[in-house]
Design a protein around this ligand. Structure first.
Ligand code: PMP
Length: 441
């Protein structure tokens, strides 16, 4: 009998007792390559001495000081670091403990902004199907994952959904990226007009989709067209980079690649790289100033916001990434990872698509490459792949189930930014062995 309630009782888990570099070790001393960074978290790998030293130093000085009594130097320094590097004028940083908290804060900030500037009718949020924004009630409400939402529907605030940018399944033959992007932006605009622009607060999207559909990078110009639609109707653009931000795609903020800046961005996983729980929301000066000049402060807060030890860990993580030029490695190793997966599995009959950006890579499995039909849900392919990968000493993040009527089996690979070329080859070898062991083709 176990007393731990947060894990699936049908699963038997090994105990992680040691970690080093790109590997975790169990009680028998078996090593597992962390090829998914847990859930795209451990971007620096495990046991990084500089981060450990920074955390120890902070624990010795001030582990925690409540944000209504004190600030700390590491909290201020981390905010400066992020604001100086963020696109646009995302100059104001609000630290929380994780991704869902960051998204909740973003939704409430957008709402309060419109109340402050005298547009209180703006209360609707539009998001996308096949999206995930967190498990707290507000974040769950805007998420587009029917399976996660269904049991809680009576408790969820009303949200509206439009199509995701899912080129593999939705881009029509002969349709260019630009035409596809325009079609999706037109759909968003139609939804805004249907609700009445004066009633819409924000459009929320993951810059690169992660946890629902095996990594979906947007097509070229998608976010430029979306930004134009939002601007035309006074709707805020909130980008959720909880998974895709902080260098995962090879840029500190994933939207830099798309050539736009949102009004609010959320980050979390790679921010503290798992050394401490931390997330953040960055808001533009326009929003911050309206609130300061209005009621004076954002009506929100959590006990652990701006947690000193969490900020110390995150600052050390971000400084190491910059000092060691790891984003260049993310770009190089990401190219290598996708090329090697295509070399080994590109022609496999059950591998429909291999896609991604930087070290954020998804593989979509299908029953038939020709018609992209999904595998039989009863096979639970994604879950079986995960189990077999663990037997092969490889951690990869599975995703599956019926999402908004679309059945899918996906795997997410998000190896640490410190991976060498040899590490990538080993990950691909173990991954290929796992896939071919279950789906011989
Ligand atoms: N947004 C996105 C895009 C995510 O991927 C996640 C977590 N998978 C969340 C929000 C929620 O973050 P957390 O689990 O830290 O609450």
């Amino acid at each position: 009998m176990t007393h731990v309630f947060h894990r699936n009782p049908r699963q038997t888990l090994e105990f992680a007792v040691r970690s080093e570099g790109i590997r975790l070790f169990d009680r028998q001393g078996r090593g597992y390559i962390d090829a998914s960074g847990g859930a795209a978290v451990s971007c620096l790998g495990h046991g990084h001495p500089d981060v450990i030293a920074a955390v120890k130093k902070q624990l010795d000085e001030v582990a925690y000081a409540h944000s209504s009594f004190f600030t700390t130097q590491v909290c201020e320094d981390l905010a400066d670091f992020l604001a100086q590097r963020a696109p646009g004028d995302l100059n104001h940083v609000y630290f929380v403990s994780g991704g869902s908290e960051a998204v909740e804060a973003a939704l409430k900030l957008a709402r309060q902004y419109f109340v402050e500037i005298g547009q209180p009718s703006r209360r609707h949020f539009i998001a996308r199907r096949q999206s995930y924004h967190g498990n707290t009630l507000g974040a769950l409400a805007i998420g587009g994952n029917a399976w996660r939402r269904e049991p809680f529907l009576p408790l969820l605030v009303e949200a509206h959904h439009v199509s995701p940018c899912y080129a593999y399944r939705d881009q029509q033959p002969g349709e260019t990226d630009e035409q596809y992007a325009q079609r999706l932006a037109d759909e968003l605009e139609a939804k805004i007009l249907e609700l009445g622009p004066q009633n819409v607060a924000a459009f929320v999207a993951e810059t690169v989709v992660g946890a629902t559909a095996g990594v979906l990078p947007p097509v070229r110009t998608y976010f430029q067209r979306i930004r134009e639609v939002c601007d035309r109707h006074g709707v805020l653009l909130i980008l959720d980079e909880v998974m895709s931000g902080m260098g995962r795609t090879g840029r500190l903020f994933a939207c830099e690649e798309d050539g736009i800046a949102p009004d609010i961005v959320t980050i979390a996983k790679g921010l503290g790289a798992g050394y401490q729980p931390i997330g953040a929301m960055l808001a533009s000066s326009r929003i911050y100033d309206a609130i300061v000049q209005g009621s004076g402060f954002f009506q929100h807060g959590h006990t652990y916001m701006g947690h000193a030890t969490a900020c110390a860990a995150a600052l050390a993580v971000q400084q190491v990434i910059e000092r060691d030029d790891l984003l260049q490695n993310v770009l190089n190793r990401g190219e290598q990872l996708r090329a090697a997966l295509r070399r080994e599995l590109g022609e496999h009959p059950n591998v429909g698509d291999i896609r991604g950006r930087g070290l954020f890579v998804g593989v979509e499995f299908v029953a038939d490459r020709a018609d992209k039909r999904a595998l039989d849900p009863k096979l639970r392919t994604h879950a079986v792949l995960k189990k077999r990968a663990m037997e092969n000493g490889l951690m990869m993040y599975p995703m599956g189930g019926t999402i908004d009527g679309v059945r899918g089996d996906h795997v997410l690979l998000a190896p640490p930014f410190i991976c060498t070329a040899d590490d990538i080859e080993e990950i691909v070898a173990r991954f290929t062995e796992t896939v071919r062991g279950l789906l011989p083709g």
